[in-house]
Design a protein around this ligand. Structure first.
Ligand SMILES: [Zn+2]
Length: 468
């Protein structure tokens, strides 16, 4: 109980006292109401806070699998001017992940500040039984890609929305069906809505976005994998790519097309919505560094692959990963061009990458695998220059963004505020509450199964993320 009083100190300090009770007994009332209503604590907290001072806008760019061991040599060659600028003018360092480094789990840790056993997004796929929605079923229901119904705690965008900030979310894991925010959400299924490459659903658009009608505004920005041409690929890989050249009976060039199309979809959508809506908080996700690192790693490091790779394939594919980082840097530059001076930019990854020698592979075409060391760069108003961060991990991003937004950090978040990145006096002092509990309603979609599930699961199997 003592801990609760400490946590609720912030509630007491800023609030009027309509009941005339002492601060301590009012805190008990708040605790009881919170326990009864589930949402009381959050509302009481926000309503009782003094008005927040203006805070900078925040743009968070997620680079799945981003790794300094790729980035730093390319910065040295002058090939990543935007990531170089963020690192030199801002604060950056290694963002430590945790095992298992599976993207849905870690990204949801990044946006909740909690371990996956607490936030609930525990895998790439889920069975309805496990969601607790069909407890009466005796047999296991079919496997389906993870959905937003799995998240058991509010995400950063929920907390910011409830505090009155406008938010935009594009492409993050476990955001379909799109949930209500104070702004817009483009779900992680949006780029699959034209998922032709593996024979998936062509135009399954239900709940792709919040608000629902947003999908009509942005569907012109969807790039289909089938539209990617030899000319598009030329900046990433060399030579004429024929189906027979693709290794180990796996269409790694087709995988490239899918991830490049998805990146272009989110780039075009993100830039449009940033320009049109200018949300207080924008989070946009890119998967291509991860996908290219899984499929093309051994061509970049053939000596470490543990087997012989035909020289012409090395020639053809050795630069795919580097060239994708160069492209990704341009995308980051596009976003930097559209923000105003009053903005803080986060670039974060959920893990880095390492060699996966041939003898250790589950699937022969997967030659790069995750390692714990990811990346973080923080840049912009109120952020120190040229500082190298140490001892920061994936739990720290949500507390840090809350602090920069002048909102309390929850004590049930595992991470800390990266205060060493802040210029003294330019960021609100960090305050705490016990917990954020208010969850968005998840649209009730028929059994949460969709026509695109099979194609999505097939792709997750191909990359070695799920078995069977
Ligand atoms: Zn990942």
């Amino acid at each position: 109980m003592a801990e609760s009083f400490t946590a609720l100190g912030i509630v007491r300090s800023g609030s009027a006292n309509p009941t005339g009770r002492t601060g301590a007994s009012r805190a008990i009332v708040v605790v009881v109401l919170a326990a009864l209503a589930g949402v009381g604590l959050l509302l009481a907290t926000f309503q009782s806070q003094p008005p927040r001072p203006p805070t900078p806008k925040i743009v968070m760019i997620g680079i799945d699998g981003g790794d300094w061991r790729i980035i730093k040599p390319l910065i040295g060659k002058g090939k990543l001017p935007n990531l170089a600028r963020l690192a030199n003018e801002g604060t950056s360092g290694t963002l430590t992940s945790y095992q298992p480094t599976m993207s849905p789990q870690i990204w949801n840790t990044i946006v909740t500040g909690k371990h996956f056993l607490k936030h609930g997004v525990d895998w790439f796929a889920v069975r309805l039984d496990d969601l607790g929605q069909k407890a009466e079923l005796e047999t296991k229901t079919p496997l389906m890609p993870i959905t937003s119904a799995a998240r058991k705690v509010p995400a950063l965008w929920d907390i910011l929305s409830q505090a009155g900030d406008t938010v935009g979310v594009i492409g993050f894991w476990a955001t379909w069906p799109a949930t209500k925010v104070n702004g817009f959400m483009v779900s992680d299924r949006f780029s699959y809505s034209r998922y032709n490459k593996l024979g998936g659903a062509d135009q399954y658009l239900e709940h792709q976005t919040y608000p629902a009608e947003l999908v009509e505004e942005i569907r012109e920005f969807v790039v289909s994998p089938d539209s990617i041409t030899e000319a598009d690929r030329a900046r990433f890989m060399s030579g004429q790519v024929e189906a027979d050249d693709w290794r180990v009976n796996h269409d790694i060039v087709g995988e490239f097309d899918i991830t490049y199309a998805q990146s272009e979809t989110y780039r075009r959508t993100g830039l449009h919505l940033l320009a049109e809506r200018q949300p207080d908080f924008l989070a946009v996700y890119f998967q291509g560094a991860d996908v290219t690192s899984h499929y093309f790693w051994e061509f970049m490091r053939p000596e470490q692959s543990g087997h012989d790779i035909p020289e012409e394939q090395v020639q053809q594919f050795s630069k795919v990963i580097e060239n994708f980082y160069v492209y990704q840097d341009e995308v980051i530059g596009d976003f930097l061009e559209q923000i105003d001076d009053d903005t803080i930019v986060f670039v974060v990854s959920d893990h880095g990458f390492r060699d996966l020698p041939f003898t250790e592979r589950g699937q022969p075409h997967i030659s790069g695998w995750h390692r714990l060391d990811g990346i973080v760069s923080i840049w912009g108003k109120g952020i120190r220059s040229g500082i190298t961060l140490s001892d920061v991990d994936v739990y720290d991003i949500t507390p840090t963004i809350l602090a920069l937004s002048c909102l309390p950090v929850a004590q049930d978040m595992q991470g800390r505020v990266i205060e060493e990145a802040f210029i003294d006096g330019q960021v609100c002092p960090t305050t705490y509450i016990e917990s954020y509990t208010e969850l968005p309603a998840v649209p009730n979609v028929d059994d949460l199964q969709t026509p695109m599930d099979d194609a999505m699961l097939e792709r997750l199997r191909s990359i070695g993320y799920i078995g069977e």
